[in-house]
Write a protein that binds this ligand. Structure first.
Ligand SMILES: [Zn+2]
Length: 184
């Protein structure tokens, strides 16, 4: 019930964005400015580390994207053209965020999915970096920025979850998922 309400709200937001924005804005995958925050009441323990700890754990490029809402260069991630079966986990804390079952080629140069693996694993917020509002999304456990979601995706959701490949790690089917990261 509650989940359904959230879905409906999201769809309304996405529809509003789609009506308001010209197509060239929607094809971008740029980063935002405000800090992402983990939600409460989730089926996992949030991971909260200091910026110094994140710098210790992450590569400079992972840090720039996950913790500073950066955006990788289009077509730069090998995950853009990864179509093997498997699970995509957050590069910051290893929470599963997407499945190969929901991946498609959007042609944008960024790994794209038509839905997350679990709505509870994703947090969203409005982002005004390009002046007009967009919907930023991040890992609900560590707050790491992943990408932006748009409403020009394929059926059945019509959504395009446009993700930085650097912010994800691909775990091929048959391999064990990494344990959730606990700290440094
Ligand atoms: Zn995470």
């Amino acid at each position: 019930m509650e989940k359904h309400v959230h879905r409906t709200q999201r769809r309304l937001i996405l529809t509003a964005i789609g009506l308001a924005l010209p197509a060239f804005w929607l094809k971008g995958c740029g980063g935002g400015t405000a800090n992402a925050g983990a939600s409460s009441g989730l089926p996992f323990e949030p991971l909260e580390l200091t910026e110094a700890q994140w710098r210790q754990i992450l590569t400079p490029e992972e840090y720039r994207i996950l913790r500073r809402e950066g955006t990788e260069r289009a077509f730069s991630s090998p995950l853009d053209q990864e179509y093997g079966e498997g699970i995509y986990v957050c590069a910051g804390c290893f929470l599963p965020l997407f499945s190969s079952a929901h991946k498609y080629d959007s042609g944008t140069g960024w790994p794209s999915f038509w839905q997350p693996i679990d709505d509870r694993h994703i947090g969203t917020k409005r982002d005004f970096r390009l002046i007009i509002p967009r919907t930023e999304y991040h890992c609900a456990r560590c707050g790491g920025h992943q990408g932006h979601v748009f409403n020009d995706g394929p059926p059945p959701t019509g959504q395009r979850w446009c993700n930085n490949g650097v912010a994800l790690r691909f775990v091929p089917a048959g391999e064990e998922l990494p344990a959730l990261r606990k700290g440094v």
